[in-house]
Write a protein that binds this ligand. Structure first.
Ligand SMILES: Cc1ncc(COP(=O)(O)O)c(C=O)c1O
Length: 441
């Protein structure tokens, strides 16, 4: 059959993810180009990127070193298998990442996304206990309001109802900690809130309920992003670590958002001084340029697998595109850019200005909470009666029309700009947000 001519203006065939397709297609918002801190629409209108794309373009857009590395690698070697084969960039990148992470989180498993990193970490945790002869540890613990991507593992341990309720019975043997969002105690806190460390004791409750010998791992986002920016209460992560240690449960940090400078440190591990057993990452790993994820595992976890016959495959897991050469080249160049521009320290040095500016919206009628840490801000709005999320959507739309890209999730406006942002751009972004909140009833 001859191919029908395809118009780039026909929006219908693309089933858009996490989007109200009909609403969007009736009134589309298109981005055609990006450079530095800005997107440009097809008409050439400039839009300040207040969200680093989707929490991923930490180095800003079109970094020449990254662009060049991807272009060069495409010509040198487009693809190489890493099942029973290897290529030098994969090993170089793993080494580079292990040294950036530091400590004994020094083995790296490559994936292509945050969702795959989460499923990989959960599978490693289950298999780790099994290879050590603790095969009864099959239970996984997540947290209410957690977001761990969209794989079956991720939505099972995740805690956002719409991501779960349409998709059947999910994984067996999963339970959830309570979330740490306590607005009546912690509203308008800059940085880590005072109240809520004791919520980590929920894990003791689940141990008492299920038996520690049935629990493989607990997974949490050190700072939850997609569910509306939830910063961990002081002492919470430390307490969770202690309870995991006491009961032989692995602790997994999902650092898909917090990794690579978002909090003003390389990882949340550094920010909070709490070392988990596995860390999931993606997004900032390549600054969003080529899909890639990475799971960091402690040496002891890797070593536990390296005990059978040397000719035996130790872990029956992997993706065709694990350690894809273009992604490796992009990630290595991204690490160079982070270092050359000292972007993690830059984010740290902007944190106070960022927080002050965000919190200057306190007092607006519709604003019921503001939460900040590193270069993340969540501005929570009072829902319109009978129309959940509608006010936040209107604010998002108004900001986009005024040239600033923000995100909305539930009732919260979330911002997480590239780490190259300048102070006047921070001021401008929050001014536009202020006007939008004020003008949208
Ligand atoms: C904490 C966390 N985990 C996992 C994911 C899923 O990543 P991806 O969309 O790359 O699969 C996300 C995405 O926002 C995330 O924020």
């Amino acid at each position: 059959m001859p191919e029908a001519p395809v118009s780039p203006n026909d929006l219908e065939p693309f089933w858009m993810p996490f989007t109200a397709n009909r609403q969007f297609k009736a009134n589309p918002r298109l981005l055609a180009r990006a450079e530095g801190m800005y997107y440009y629409t097809p008409e050439g209108r400039q839009v300040l990127d207040g969200t680093a794309g989707l929490w991923c373009c930490n180095a800003g857009h079109g970094q020449p070193k990254v662009v060049e590395a991807i272009q060069k690698q495409a010509a040198i070697m487009d693809f190489a298998p890493v099942f029973q084969m290897g290529h030098p960039l994969a090993f170089e990148l793993a080494g580079r990442l292990a040294s950036l992470m530091g400590g004994d989180l020094d083995h790296v498993f490559f994936t292509n996304s945050g969702s795959e990193s989460v499923d990989t970490a959960l599978k490693i945790a289950l298999a780790y206990h099994r290879v050590r002869g603790e095969g009864t540890r099959t239970r996984l613990i997540g947290r209410e309001r957690g977001y761990h991507g969209v794989g079956f593992g991720g939505i099972s341990v995740g805690g956002m109802v719409n991501n779960r309720r349409f998709f059947g019975s999910l994984l067996n043997g999963v339970d959830h900690l309570r979330h740490t969002h306590l607005p009546h105690l912690n509203a308008f806190t800059k940085g880590q809130p005072e109240h809520g460390a004791d919520l980590a004791d929920d894990l003791e409750r689940l141990v008492a309920l299920h038996g520690a010998e049935t629990i493989a791992a607990v997974i949490v986002e050190p700072v939850a992003g997609s569910t509306g920016v939830l910063v961990p209460p002081k002492g919470y992560l430390e307490r969770l670590r202690g309870i995991c240690d006491k009961h032989g449960i692995l602790l997994i940090f999902d650092e898909v958002i917090t990794g690579f400078g978002r909090l003003g440190t390389a990882f949340a591990v550094d920010k909070f001084g709490v070392a988990p057993d596995l860390v999931t990452t993606a997004k900032g790993l390549t600054s969003g340029t080529v899909p890639m994820g990475a799971v960091f595992a402690r040496k002891g976890i890797y070593d536990a697998f390296m005990t059978g016959p040397e000719s035996a495959i130790e872990l029956f897991h992997g993706y065709t595109y694990s350690a894809h050469p273009l992604a490796c080249a992009a990630a290595l160049a991204t690490m160079e850019v982070y270092k050359d521009l000292d972007l993690f320290n830059r984010a740290a040095s902007l944190e106070a200005h960022w927080a002050d500016t965000a919190h200057s919206l306190k007092g607006l009628d519709a604003v019921i909470d503001i939460r900040t840490l590193g270069l993340i801000a969540g501005v929570e709005l009072a829902p319109r009666p009978g129309a959940p999320g509608a006010r936040a959507y209107d604010v998002f739309l108004k900001c986009f029309n005024e040239g600033v890209l923000v995100r909305y999730t539930g009732e919260t406006i979330a911002m997480s700009p590239p780490l190259i942002i300048e102070k006047p751009q921070i001021d401008h972004a929050f001014e536009v947000l202020r006007d939008a909140i004020t003008s949208v009833a």
